[in-house]
Design a protein around this ligand. Sequence first.
Ligand code: ADP
Ligand code: MG
Length: 447
Amino acid sequence: MDNPTVDEKQVWLFIQEKLKEKVTSQQFITWFVNLELIKIDNCKISISAPNLFCKEWLEKNYINIISSIVKETTNLNLNINIIVNDNNEQPDFETSTPHSPSLTTSKEDHVYINRNYTFENFLVGPCNRLAQAAAISVCESPGTTYNPLFIHGSVGLGKTHLLQAIYLQLQHNSNQLNTLYLSCESFVNHYITTIKTGDWDSFRNKYRQIDVLLIDDVHFLANSQNSREEFFHTFNALYSRQKQIVLSSDCPPEEIPTIEDRLISRFKWGLIARIDPPSFETSVAIIQRKTAMLKMNISYDIACYLAENVSSNVREIEGSLINLNRNSLLGNTKIDLNLVKQVIHGFTKERRYIGIEEILHSVIKHFDVQLSQLHSKRKFKSITLPRQIAMYLARRLTNLSLEEIGGYMGGRDHTTVMHADDKIKKLKKTDRNISVVLRKIEKELIR
Ligand code: ADP
Ligand code: MG
């Protein structure tokens, strides 16, 4: 078979970059790193997958994402043809991702552990200090201090990095602890396969004989009630024997949709640590560290410019640095402000401006009320709640002052806006329905 042409390779590179943005790094490492482009022709793009399982999983779960990215990149409606690479022996323990030579991964139990995700390589700032300190403490005395440790934060802020750092540190300590890191997706997947095979003994043995269980992205449990049930038993079995459990999620326990209270309460038994987006100073430090690792030469001013202009998602920061590096190497030019502006143009997720009208519109749509009702002085609960939510969201998402928000809300006093803001903040902590609704509306607005 012909090898892909240079142009095809370029297209494939693009597709992979886009995939990286669309899926989590864990998913990328698990399912996409080992894909190879075979050929692009008039009607299809042929890709090789390392095994049948991977092919089927991609076809079942990711085909739409892949198709839409292929369409976006090539402007063609190509069929996606995934072929199992029969020559593919089980990969070596050390393999590299195609585009980041520095990312060395090793295959352990069908899960890739990134050898760079160490504590040394994790920069600490106010945004992640608690999570990092708790993770270190877990390594020092597993199963005692913080059990479970629940780390949450939005994508690209280092949750997987910290979980894998715990894994690597425990391996390094070589205290013979049986440690397992896996994504929640793999757990659910294993559960589903076991339903087919009926081999429950080996399923349960696998998880219940572990000293430290690290499960990434547990919000994935939202999708499967039966797996939650099984997870609950696994959790209990380990916890009752004082085994360490570390979990990560993109939201706090109570905001995982459809999750049962008994699981939420278990997640809250130990420590919940949130990772926030890095501040400007932390972003600069991260940029300096990453550029040093990539052997890129950039001035402090440029690091500051990037910290200000690239998004506060560390994965995106990394992406823009890799892009910058590639461009500077390709063009054999040094990295100055001109190049930076060219390259990060389109890369920055400049914060979309959100107007109060948009907020009101979303709230009205969501609660099925009228704008005039939000403006009115009526005090029915069915109207006061959406009204207060609108004020709360306006506080969070716009730069309007209390007075201005009051003005938009039918001429209310600034103290009313303050009160609404407080009230929803408190409700959010105690009422799950509210926190889920808020997340949903915010997501829609921020998109
Ligand atoms: P998440 O699992 O929260 O989506 P990841 O752990 O995959 O995020 O992090 C995304 C990328 O950003 C990774 O390459 C990771 O090494 C890097 N990263 C995140 N936080 C930090 C940090 N504090 N210091 C260094 N690198 C970080
Ligand atoms: Mg992750």
